[in-house]
Design a protein. Sequence first.
Length: 584
Amino acid sequence: MNIRQELTKIVSGAFEKLGYAPEYGAVTVSGRPDLCQFQCNGAMAAAKEYRTAPAAIADGIAECLRMDKRFSSVESVKPGFINMSLSDAWLAELMNAAGGDDRLTLPLMEPRTIVVDYGGANVAKPLHVGHLRSAIIGDTLCRLARFLGHRVISDVHLGDWGLQMGLVIAEIEREQPELCYFDPDYEGDYPAEPPVTVDELNVIYPAASARSKTDAEFAAKAARATVELQDGRAGYTALWRHVRGVSIADLKRNYGALGVSFDYWYGESDADKYIPRVIGLLRNKKLLRESDGAMVVDTALPEDKEPMPPMIVVKSNGGDMYGTTDLGTILQRVEDWKPDEIWYVVDNRQALHFKQVFRCAALAGLLDNTDCIHINFGTMNGRDGKPYKTRDGGVMRLSDMIGDVTKSAYDKASGSDIAMSEEEKLRVARAVGVAAIKIGDMLNHRTRDFIFDMDRFLAYEGKTGPYLQYTAVRINSLLAKAGEAKVSSGDILPPASGAERELQLSLLSVADALPRALAEKAPNIICEVLFDVAGAYNRFYFENKILTCPEEGRRASWLSLSRLTGDMLGILLGLLGIEVPENM
RNA sequence: GCGCCCGUAGCUCAGUGGAUAGAGCACCCGCCUCCUAAGCGGGGGGUCGGACGUUCAAGUCGUCUCGGGCGUGCCA
């Protein structure tokens, strides 16, 4: 249950009853927790319309609400604030309702079908730290949308069809020209085993990319190979299939280490067969125009403030642009899945590109009541504010980063007071490392550039993933001890202290935070509410000795409240793809 | 040049037009004979880049300005 919505309903009712528009009854969490838990500022806004002193309106509303037993206090303050706090009895009632429900009374929304495109992975290019954000933000948004009741289809949209494939093919040919894939007259079956390993691929692409910058002939060959691959040359296609397969296996391992997965591993190549139809549609609607040998579509609107260059659909050499592939992909998604929304979790820098693509898709009539949304995010920079580099100036592999953080978490686990087996330490280290990385990133608002600081990820102190896990582990340990001692839990009682009341209120606020996080596509909102809950619990835990509490009813209540908190932390961490280890 | 995004504590960042702008780190001081101290409490630290405007009320909205990042047709 969303308490803020519930209170808004109640207060709006009071406004209406007194002859004011109900819209003024909007309730927010109090900005002055020392004064009250919730507030309504509508009286001040209403004052103008009704030409009445705001304080007089607030007095009336407060008077009207005061008789409601669900409030412990309702006050009208100075300029026209309406301050209210929940009665402890109602709070306890809400806690027990949550504790007795699988979803902890968290809301479900009207289901929509949402396709989420994230990851940004390319064939033959290893994932580096720059791929982190799309993967974990996209994964979190998928989990959140699913949890709130939506039908979510995730698609990695693999970069498997562009120039980088031509570069890789050209480089393999340069190194191993004798392979049958390069013989245009070859008529036999192609080998079942790939001619390259992942490790070789990881060397081949950078080498090819570098070569193409200094060797014009090689660059031309790569471009030609790209076109020939797209035209279906048999040998290249067979080789491409191998490279793609080897690459995908490796990508799955790396994403898997982060707990990130995809429903579909479609690639740009899968959009290829839709492209002729896209171009046909554009041509029929007379949207195509020749420009410097390329075919373009004008996407500018008269009201645009920002410059909107034409979008190139067919390059002057006859090849497709990535935007064309994106259009083909939209057609495929709309036909196969009929989504209400398509989300693109992609770097800020492609904002203009997506604006063009979405407009072009609308012009072409590809969108059938489908909203396309670019969920942009900021660049990950190093401590110098420039794009992140390793000490020797190279790009850092995602697998290396995960390895470093996991190693450090392992050392920390080894120094723990808790005795753990070797195997357990490894499991804990993996879970803790991933949590450190994810929270370190997603605590920041997604649209901002942020500083990637390995040392901070390795700190495990304060506002970090491990803090959240530690809180959950503590709770689980407490509940296990209670079980051993046969101490039973029972109804959650009205709070006996400020810390306990704050814990209950923080649990109540989750139901409001999740839809907001989804509406804004902002994982940091989930993180914030997680720290609210975990912090409140840790204060409560410090103040109260739960297992040894002599009052049986109170002890039983505290155990239930602890269980509820643990379940809530589990759900919220689950939305971020973070596991709770058995020990820390 | 034009456009988009961002300037909040020493650092990294939150902040749904409302009351006294919050966290974490770092620094200083406390708390384990008692359920996991990867924890809890306290302290110092701010003209929210600047100016003007809208509003009963601006870190939040608008205009201008300074500083930084990014984008601006045949890579993705």
